[in-house]
Design a protein around this ligand. Sequence first.
Ligand code: PEP
Length: 269
Amino acid sequence: MVLIYQDKNSGGVIVSNKKFIVANWKMNKTVSEAEEFLKRFISLNKNIDIEVAICPPFLCLEKALKICKESKIKIGAQNCHFEKSGAFTGEISANMLASIGAEYVILGHSERRNYFYETDKIVNKKVKTVLENKLKPIICVGETLSEREKGKEKEKIKTQIGLTFKDIPPEKISEIVVAYEPIWAIGTGKTVSIEECKEMFVFIKNYLAFEYGLKESRSIRLLYGGSMNEKNAKELLSVPNVDGGLIGGASLNPFKFTDIINQAESVAQ
Ligand code: PEP
């Protein structure tokens, strides 16, 4: 059973009227390219009125934190291991990320699930360690094209949220950000229709409220990700219950990303 918590504007629950825009740079930009981007981006966005986080590759994190220190831009990582330390060659722990001042960690991105075989169980362990280290997880969920074609998208999202949120202490739930990213929309130029987007976000909001309590679920921010760009950002960000966006390709260019930020600032729920 799914309870519907009506809000007078959206039909769901409002978290905040300010959008949250997150850049996922994936495996792009050297340290000097990141530096060039950030300096330009800061100069273009002196008075940001929303929350913005940039998630560069691990190697760029320290430099990014230093450059963004005096700005409102927050810095996050794209992944971490669930153990604190040990024999995990090539991995980075949440504890290490916290020690340099990172604030967010993207977890369970479909590319990590697909290419690195991350399961919901692994993502759940990562969410726990991220929260224990006082970082904020951005948990990615999304269906494949064939799941959507079979009408199984909501079932998939429900399963992914249920498993990745398993045994998270109630007082920590509000720290979580969920990014709904239909896999078929990532990096393809395709997006969900506005109607599909509306339907999915009401579904997620109601599911979270039913499972984790209205009060806790109110603070969980919900992002849309999947080919969001400067041409479609305003429309997607205007959908009720969409609290922001997770942006890959279009976040690599400081001008395009600034355009998206400006659109996000202009949209109020
Ligand atoms: C992503 O990688 O999270 C993403 C949404 O990518 P893109 O914007 O390029 O589709």
